[in-house]
Ligand binder design. Structure first.
Ligand SMILES: Cc1cc2nc3c(=O)[nH]c(=O)nc-3n(C[C@H](O)[C@H](O)[C@H](O)COP(=O)(O)O)c2cc1C
Length: 327
């Protein structure tokens, strides 16, 4: 770091951490912790918040942490600093996922400002979308957003869309039969969700035609569930990476959040559909025919009503104490 410049204060960086916690995470598990150290924020995975049944390898945990890392980078940029991100800076500590460091003071670009403005508005929408096509230039922005973070986003053609939706429904059936699936879902979704988990109001209606594979977070509760007709031809996107190692999952998470914020900026609603990636045999069937890339996320996008924001843990709960001896 250039010693002639003044690094951001701890208070500024704590504010950036608060912004980072608005990121999406699997079942709103928020599996992250942060430690401020001088001009850097170390981002840790919180293995105690891994969902053992659907995410045994911790792949979605790292995608969730990656989404928080991207949001943190954006917040530091908007605070007026150039930002550097070092993935897995300490081989001895695999839970230390990234070190994000504020560098020289720099004015943020208009693109960064637009993405930052989208952070508080981005949310997962599990309701029906309008029967309206997403324009090609908006799709191009999303594809470019993923590319900027080193991932590949593709828009499913009509036959591919039908195949993906079918595979997702099949994966959903298999997950329901997986031991422990229901207990894990009950732990994270339902009326008790407040600072984490998916609250009942965010679960959305049941598809009357049973053709949209939105994860049925509410099927296991005793509450009556409204039904609704979903759009017949959803726009489906597939996010993939070249490798399938922790560094690729981190990259996928940063790309996911950049895509979701770009979509929000484009007034598009989004729903991750992860069941087909959580069943290994289905994930393989989902892979591109050339088999060169690994699918990390399936997204449904479209035009929907604003549904609202779910809770987040207070910053004090995710901020680790300063290292001893830190000034
Ligand atoms: C890796 C990952 C996987 C997700 N998978 C699903 C999913 O399969 N179904 C779903 O409805 N939401 C899914 N979500 C969305 C989360 O449930 C959502 O981000 C979380 O509940 C917080 O709500 P918010 O996105 O509205 O802030 C996923 C999010 C992430 C980051």
């Amino acid at each position: 770091m250039d010693t002639t410049t003044v690094p951001p204060s701890r208070k500024v960086l704590a504010g950036c951490v608060g912004t980072a916690t608005a990121a999406p995470s699997l079942h709103n598990s928020q599996p992250w912790r942060f430690r401020i150290d001088g001009p850097s924020v170390d981002v840790y995975a919180d293995p105690a918040r891994r969902l053992h049944v659907i995410d045994p390898a911790g792949r979605e945990l790292l995608i969730s942490v990656g989404a928080a890392v991207f949001t943190l980078r954006l917040a530091i940029t908007l605070a007026g600093y150039r930002c550097e991100c070092e993935p897995f800076p300490s081989p001895a500590d695999p839970d230390l996922v990234a070190r994000v460091t504020a560098g020289k003071p720099t004015a943020p670009s208009a693109a960064a400002e637009a993405l930052f403005a989208a952070v508080p508005h981005r949310h997962t929408n599990r309701w029906p979308f309008a029967h309206t096509a997403v324009p090609a230039d908006a799709l191009e922005h999303l594809v470019n957003a993923a590319r900027l973070e080193g991932a590949a986003l593709s828009v499913a053609s009509p036959p591919a869309r039908e195949a993906i939706l079918g595979l997702a429904l099949e994966a959903d059936r298999r997950l329901r039969a997986r031991p422990g699936y229901r207990d894990e879902l009950r732990r994270w979704a339902g009326p008790s969700a407040r600072h984490d988990g998916v609250p009942t109001w965010a679960i959305g209606p049941w598809d009357a035609l049973e053709s949209m594979p939105i994860r049925d977070l509410g099927a296991l509760s005793d509450l009556p569930r409204p039904t609704a007709k979903f759009e017949p031809y959803p726009t489906i996107l597939v996010l993939a990476t070249d490798g399938d190692e922790p560094a690729d999952w981190l990259r996928a998470g940063q790309a996911l959040q950049r895509v979701l914020l770009t979509a929000t900026w484009e007034n598009l609603a989004t729903t991750p559909i992860s069941q087909p990636i959580e069943v290994p045999a289905v994930r393989e069937a989902l892979a591109a025919p050339d088999g060169r890339r690994f699918v990390q996320s399936v997204l449904r996008i479209g035009y929907g009503k604003i549904t609202g924001r779910t809770g987040r843990r207070p910053v004090a709960d995710v901020l680790m104490p300063e290292r001893r001896g830190a000034t």
